[in-house]
Design a protein around this ligand. Structure first.
Ligand code: HEC
Length: 190
């Protein structure tokens, strides 16, 4: 059953990737809707970019996050280049954390002889995998176009649709706290 679902999910991702490739425009952005304020569309092919790092955020969000970078971003992260060069794009993907019965059964089979019942229960209750996607965020570096916001354009999409203006107004002020790292919180995880 889980295998079947995984196959469906893979097929769905394949279909989405195909659509994105098909609608790719000369600018490297997809043909989808433009997010407010910074005028950003979902960048083509972002799901295939390089993994920079992961993070988890606790309740009430309870999500698991991955940061991906395009080639310019990846080079800058690896070489710790600050400020990030124009052309940098960082993607932040996020999924609801869910527990996996299948994983937990496998852990239990091995660990019930090594851990106390309490310890095993704790391990299982704190083990999660990525469930449904919540939203995807992007930061795009263009020091001319986005001069008034530290050189960064921000965008957030839920189910492929841009979120509203109010949400987009929150991005820059909060990211400005990471001013000494060019507004980027995440570091490269080796
Ligand atoms: C309340 C503060 C806050 C707000 C508001 C906020 N962010 Fe972030 N953002 C963070 C923090 C902290 C991280 C690093 C940890 C993480 O990934 O959650 C982050 C990470 C990111 C990253 C990965 C690069 C990095 O800086 O680590 C992107 C891309 C991003 N945010 C985009 C956005 C966009 C787009 C918006 C607005 C729609 C936004 N953020 C709003 C705090 C914020």
């Amino acid at each position: 059953m889980i295998m079947k679902r995984a196959v469906f999910a893979l097929a769905a991702i394949g279909a989405v990737a195909g659509v994105i490739a098909f609608t790719e425009s000369a600018s490297g952005q997809t043909g989808g809707e433009t997010a407010p304020i910074y005028g950003v569309k979902i960048p083509a092919g972002y799901r295939d970019w390089t993994l920079i790092s992961v993070a988890r955020v606790g309740a009430p969000l309870n999500d698991i996050r991955a940061k991906l970078g395009n080639d310019v971003a990846t080079r800058a992260f690896r070489e710790a280049t600050i400020p990030f060069p124009d052309g940098t794009i960082i993607a932040r993907l996020a999924w609801n954390q869910v527990s996996s019965e299948e994983n937990n059964r496998a852990f239990t089979a091995i660990l019930e002889r090594r851990l106390s019942p309490d310890a095993l229960q704790k391990l299982l209750s704190e083990s999660f995998v990525a469930g449904p996607a919540t939203n995807v965020q992007f930061m795009i570096k263009d020091s001319t176009k986005y001069a008034s916001t530290g050189g960064w354009g921000f965008a957030q999409f839920t189910d492929g649709k841009p979120d509203g203006e109010a949400v987009h107004k929150t991005c820059f002020p909060c990211h400005a706290q990471a001013r000494d790292r060019d507004l980027v919180f995440t570091g490269y995880s080796r």
